[in-house]
Design a protein around this ligand. Sequence first.
Ligand SMILES: C[S@@+](CC[C@H](N)C(=O)[O-])C[C@H]1O[C@@H](n2cnc3c(N)ncnc32)[C@H](O)[C@@H]1O
Length: 217
Amino acid sequence: MQDRTLSWYDAVATLYDLGTLGDWFYRAARREAVDRLQLAAGEGVVDLFCGTGVDFPLLREAVGARGTVVGVDGSENMLRCAQRRAERNDARLMHADFSTDAGVRRLTEAMRRHEATAYLFTLGLTCLPGWRAFFRAVYDAALPGARFAIMDGYAERLTLGARFLNWIGAADVRRPVWDELEKRSTDFRKTTRRPLRVFDTDVLDASVVVASGRKPH
Ligand SMILES: C[S@@+](CC[C@H](N)C(=O)[O-])C[C@H]1O[C@@H](n2cnc3c(N)ncnc32)[C@H](O)[C@@H]1O
């Protein structure tokens, strides 16, 4: 049986881009996460939890025409909605449910096939209860020297904003999703934004975190 998070994304897929208001809330952090991958022309990058493909234009721009962009997601409907962006940005789409061993195997096989050197996780790890084991599996399968960037929501406590993000994203933003990368990587960096400040009030009372690091050679 399909996991509940994926059923949620299958149900909301056609509304996702509208609901995120053209990505205004995450746009700056997303750009920062892609920049941190320090992609060069011709490289292969995997966009995990790619959803409707919001990252694809930034990734294609960074790897140029000779590079490879692969988007992987577990929701058939999100992938269907990603189709147009995939065509425009020459990205390959792949279905894999990261909550299953078979899905993780499918992903790691594709990572080897495409000889990817960079991995982007935007707003995905907070959706996956087994995110630690999943991140470790991806990290272990990645080539030495591979770079990783994570952009996601975070709140230490279950604030009103955190409850909202959890509800809208079928997530748990109290997960410190950079933690496994921090333990293993070199050049680890983490920045935190409070994106919804109105005058001196932190309306959302939750952060957006961008973390990055490199697997040692
Ligand atoms: C909040 S969306 C993020 C989409 C995109 N990365 C973005 O930044 O707009 C979370 C995505 O994670 C995917 N996802 C959630 N659980 C998953 C799982 N078990 N396996 C694969 N993808 C999953 C959902 O289908 C959804 O597309």
